[in-house]
Design a binder for this molecule. Sequence first.
Ligand SMILES: C[S@@+](CC[C@H](N)C(=O)[O-])C[C@H]1O[C@@H](n2cnc3c(N)ncnc32)[C@H](O)[C@@H]1O
Length: 225
Amino acid sequence: MTSIQAWVNENGVKSLESHGQSFPERNLTWEICAGVRTAIHSMLRRGDTILEFGSGYGTVDLGDDYIVHSVEDDKKWLHLDPRATYIHAPLVPIDKIPGHSHDQWYDRDAVSSSLPQKYDLILVDGPSGTIGRSGLLTIIDLLDPDVPWLVDDTVRTEESKIATDIGLALGMKEYRFWNFCILSRSPIPDSSIRRISIASEHVKQIERIHIALENSQFYNSRVEQ
Ligand SMILES: C[S@@+](CC[C@H](N)C(=O)[O-])C[C@H]1O[C@@H](n2cnc3c(N)ncnc32)[C@H](O)[C@@H]1O
């Protein structure tokens, strides 16, 4: 049983309902993958604090082990976990960053006025890929460059460029895995890197199997027509 199911069984959906919201649908493709979870567990200790951009059910799972402050634009994804601190930051227009095409980012004042004093890791997983995340470069001065930054979805060209630009701007070393990247000023031990690589490669293989299955179903349906 996943932790969110356990939590829902125990607490019902009161947290959300008390905010006049219905429980949004869970969809694993939107959540941080097992590789990202392994990376976080390898770098943090239980009780450490995560500053996350982009909330979802993954936020609830992280709440089992960590204090989570989660920046989110969409009201639907606020208050899913009563243990987390949600920072509601609507998306606002921004000037495009050279080399990037995105024109929206979380409202700077809403983020800066609610940041926790101290955190141990930054997780970049929002807003959605269609909105884009290069606006993060407009607020790097607000964020701690001395904690690891985990940039998710760097299998996509845009997110990959964003990670590289942040790493260059803040003098961080890049550790690249299949679909995410860790930026850090302090070296990450080889043993952690090996563990994270194995988890990330495992996720990649499962993804490939899904794609192969989908393709074979597509071809079979074409043959049957
Ligand atoms: C990639 S999701 C963030 C996921 C989150 N970090 C997690 O691990 O669950 C990026 C944005 O999509 C929205 N979102 C989250 N979960 C979603 C879902 N299951 N379906 C559609 N949109 C979702 C939220 O607005 C969120 O900020």
